[in-house]
Design a protein around this ligand. Structure first.
Ligand code: FCB
Length: 440
């Protein structure tokens, strides 16, 4: 890497991110069933029908994986807590083994001098709550607040930071409009409700944690830079619409207490009654905002109902996901988030990284493209800092290869290679490069 820790302010934090369902092995330790387990077992939803039942077996390899973090030299580790591992039915009964696991995780990080950054929900909704309508049901905000009490009652005294929900757009739009993620719906009414309820749940959980005396609470959103396919007014409109429901809707709700007019045009008729009265909760003050960024999208107008647009193939070099590599977009979102929404709050890049078809040869993985990707995006972070945008840290997605949702196990995002037959871990060249770059 060309950039090193010395190119960043002294208090800048380097970290790595993972999530519970993608690494733990959800069939173990008394966790309840989730909507991802059943979504994956329905033909056609996930490549090869793969699921998170074993994943990286992180549940049984916790200490060795925490040692990988320590040797990498990160300051902070972003993990998530599985609702169904802690409360198998989503409500009521608590699985003590689940709480014990997150307790050991947090203590294990602290023992190694690594700050624990918790995300409460990274997508594995307990099936019993999915049966009740999941994110389309307003009651989810209360169920989630109760889960927050339980998990933070156990680890809230020791985590360094906490954010309720990973990527409201993915939870609502990917799962309820595109149907690419659990629960696999394609319905604008369910989508609109999920978009609102996910923010309401965020606000309720934030209030619960604040009430427990916790601080350093955040919100984590994902972004894609929308580029019109050409100069026509129709293409400009399409890209703006995409930008609206993807990028502006959630930030606007969280930080400005309103939804953008151009998004209301489409989802307004489908929002639950009384949504306008929920912004006091949704805007419960947070201490930072997390930005997850990977790519841009070229957007063209299309026939059909709102949003009447489609993605078209772009010309830039792509990752294994087929995602164009566009580091300028990261800078653009850091600047816009600061200028229009967070206005001085600390920002963190809570996810950034790339998938590649990495293989081990002679005990090594030569992922130089990933090193270049990280370097280029870190350069845009540095640019933002030089412009006085308060970016305080950068987390690589991901510590290790894992379950990439509907795409199964062969999209490899890790700094550490995982052999999904033997579960052997092999640090890649990018792991060693990052370790060298951030060594103190
Ligand atoms: C993000 C998710 C993460 C992973 C990366 C590639 O949207 O938060 O779990 O799937 O994309």
């Amino acid at each position: 890497m060309t950039l090193t820790r010395n190119d960043f302010p002294g208090d800048f934090l380097f970290g790595a991110s993972t999530s519970s369902y993608q690494i733990e092995g959800h069939a173990q330790g008394g966790a309840g069933q989730t909507h991802w387990d059943t979504f994956a077992r329905t033909p056609g939803n996930v490549v090869r029908g793969e699921h998170g039942g074993r994943a990286c077996d992180h549940y049984n390899r916790l200490d060795a994986d925490l040692d990988l973090l320590k040797d990498l030299g990160v300051d902070v580790y972003r993990f998530s807590t599985s609702w169904a591992r802690v409360m198998p039915e989503g409500r009521g009964n608590v699985n003590e083994a689940g709480l014990d696991f997150y307790d050991r995780l947090v203590d294990g990080l602290l023992e190694r001098g690594i700050k624990p950054a918790a995300t409460l929900y990274h997508w594995e909704l307990p099936s019993a709550l999915a049966d009740l309508g999941g994110w389309a049901n307003r009651d989810i905000a209360s169920w989630f607040a109760d889960f927050t009490e339980v998990i933070m009652g156990r680890i809230g005294d020791r985590v360094w930071s906490a954010a309720p929900i990973n990527e409201p757009w993915c939870v609502s739009w990917m799962g309820h409009f595109l149907g690419h993620h659990a629960p696999g719906l394609r319905d604008i009414r369910a989508t609109a409700r999920a978009m609102h309820h996910v923010l309401l749940a965020h606000g309720r959980a934030t209030q619960v944690m604040r009430g427990r005396g916790m601080d350093n609470l955040g919100a984590i959103c994902n972004f894609e830079y929308a580029v019109p396919v050409d100069n026509s007014p129709e293409a400009q409109r399409a890209a703006r619409t995409y930008d609206g429901y993807y990028n502006r809707f959630f930030l606007s709700g969280l930080f400005n207490g309103a939804y953008p007019e151009d998004v209301l045009e489409g989802i307004g008729p489908h929002l639950p009654a009384g949504w306008q009265d929920d912004f006091d909760t949704i805007t419960a003050p947070v201490d930072w905002c997390g930005i997850n960024y990977y790519t841009r999208k070229i957007i063209a107008p299309a026939n059909g109902p709102w949003p009447a647009l489609e993605e078209v193939d772009g010309p830039l070099p792509k990752t294994q996901m087929g995602w164009e590599i566009y580091p300028d977009g990261l800078h653009a979102f850091l600047k816009r988030t600061h200028d229009a929404y967070t206005r001085g709050l600390p920002l963190y890049v809570t996810e950034n990284g790339m998938a590649a078809p990495d293989t081990v040869s002679n005990g090594a993985v030569n992922d130089t493209a990933r090193v270049d990707y990280l370097d280029a995006h870190l350069a845009r972070v540095k640019q933002a800092i030089d412009e006085d945008i308060p970016v305080k840290g950068y987390f690589v997605w991901s510590l290790m290869d894992n379950y990439e949702w509907a795409l199964g196990y062969d999209k490899r995002f890790g700094l550490v290679h995982v052999d999904f037959n033997t579960l052997e871990r092999t640090p890649k060249a990018s792991y060693h490069a990052l370790a060298t770059a951030i060594a103190r």
